[in-house]
Design a protein around this ligand. Structure first.
Ligand code: URA
Length: 437
């Protein structure tokens, strides 16, 4: 195999055979194909796409690049949720312990920040001591004792996704339907699930922002699941504004803890209950989505999910101080409040600007090997549709230095629009669902 010949074929719009694609991907895993060549190939896929047979091969090679989780003797249905990526999307942190408390087993494999979107692993690692890398034996042990466990792609599970994911992040090749489909479905198929719920984001903060593209992505992922006997439900949800009020790793964990305690922003709670309801339906715990939503809301209100989260954090080596306002999480040394420079209605909050805005504060990456500052980020004081007067707080920047506060404030001034009236209606929180036929 000559990698550059295969890259050129894809660049010129031809389909690769199964053997060719397998050789390229396996060559990358073994070190015979370099990061530079794989980055060029990913860019060619970004522009040219993959046909059904190429997509199937990509999923298969990514899935088989590692082990498949052992089902052990799970005392309940194994169900997971995965998001296509959004801004302020801390749903997994609430959902995993909530679903476990509802009686499901949740072996959750998440990712790091990708493009302008945050990553569940980075958020969890803002909890002092929390480990997202562990042996599969330990992972299974936590699943047995807590009912949920949260890790990243490892050398054992979907290692090819781990490498491609990091490369896509820094080469602007994330927003590709086949690459997202293969990345998500290879990880999820490796979890040996009974049911999977996908949260497919729509809007300017999503990788594929238009509803029709999100729908195509949802159908592609549901189709891959169906072909392999996995029941998949995809929920299209709004990402035309950040989810909840906080964007930034530790800030989002704090908001998740509030949600687990039955508080926190309504949109976060409602989406969590919707997805938990879908998970409960797909695992056969309830017959209707309405019943699933209701159960989820009751469990959140009762505090059981928060206690489950505390056990999860302890089992994964972390320490949370729930009696403190900051939960014992890292806090940025300084803050700056950005206020409205006119009265009117908050007509738009650009999620993508928020997502990219966290990176110069130190809360996201521009290179694969960068450490991140967990304490920095943004907190919204107003939401789309709110009336504000001149001088009212719109949002707070949490930063490490006066320069960072200045940079963050500029981001906010551009991202939060105040106008005489709403110019575009916000998307409904849940737009539609796509289910396995
Ligand atoms: N989440 C993933 O796991 N992979 C993607 O490519 C996008 C979102």
């Amino acid at each position: 195999m000559i990698p550059q010949q295969l890259i050129a074929r894809k660049r010129d719009g031809h389909a690769l055979s199964r053997l060719e694609l397998e050789a390229l991907l396996k060559g990358y895993l073994q070190g015979d194909v370099g990061d530079d060549q794989m980055a060029a190939f990913l860019m060619a896929v970004y522009f040219r796409g993959l046909d059904d047979s190429e997509l199937e091969t990509l999923v298969e090679v990514m899935l088989r690049s590692g082990d498949v989780l052992d089902r052990s003797d799970a005392p309940g249905p194994r169900v997971d949720k995965h998001s296509t990526g959004g801004v302020g999307d801390k749903v997994s942190i609430v959902l995993a312990p909530l679903a476990a408390e509802m009686g499901m087993i949740v072996p959750m494999m998440s990712g790091r920040s990708l493009g302008h979107t945050g990553g569940t692993l980075d958020k969890l690692e803002s909890i002092p001591g929390f480990r997202t890398r562990m042996s599969l034996g330990r992972f299974n042990g936590i699943l047995d004792s807590v009912g949920c466990a949260m890790i990243g792609q490892t050398d054992e599970i979907a290692p090819l996704d781990r490498r491609l994911y990091a490369l896509r992040d820094v080469t602007a090749t994330v927003p590709s339907l086949p690459l997202i489909t293969a990345s998500i479905m290879s990880k999820k198929l490796a979890e040996s699930l009974d049911g999977l719920v996908l949260d497919v984001k729509v809007g300017s903060g999503a990788f594929l922002s238009r509803t029709e593209d999100a729908r195509r992505l949802a159908r592609a992922m549901v189709g891959v699941g169906r072909a392999r006997g996995l029941a998949v439900t995809a929920v299209l949800s709004a990402m035309d504004r950040p989810l909840g009020r906080s964007v930034g790793n530790a800030l989002e964990v704090r908001e998740s803890v509030a949600c687990l305690a039955g508080k926190g922003p309504d949109d976060l709670r409602d989406l969590v209950c919707e997805l938990a309801g879908e998970m409960a339906v797909s695992s056969g715990l309830v017959l209707t989505l309405a019943e699933g939503r209701r159960r989820a809301a009751d469990v959140l209100a009762g505090g059981g999910a928060l206690e489950r989260f505390r056990r999860l954090v302890r089992a994964q080596g972390g320490t949370l101080r729930l009696s403190r306002d900051d939960c014992g999480l890292p806090v940025a040394p300084m803050t700056k409040v950005v206020t409205a420079n006119r009265g009117g209605v908050v007509a738009g909050i650009d999620p993508r600007a928020f997502g990219y805005g966290v990176i110069p504060l130190g809360g996201g990456r521009t290179r694969q090997d960068q450490d991140i500052d967990p304490g920095v980020g943004f907190e919204l004081c107003a939401r789309v549709g709110d009336r504000v007067s001149r001088g009212d707080p719109l949002a707070i920047v949490h930063g490490a230095s006066p320069d960072d506060l200045f940079v963050g404030a500029r981001v906010l001034e551009d991202a939060v629009k105040v106008a005489d009236r709403l110019t575009v209606d916000p998307l409904p929180l849940v737009l539609e669902r796509v289910v396995s036929g």
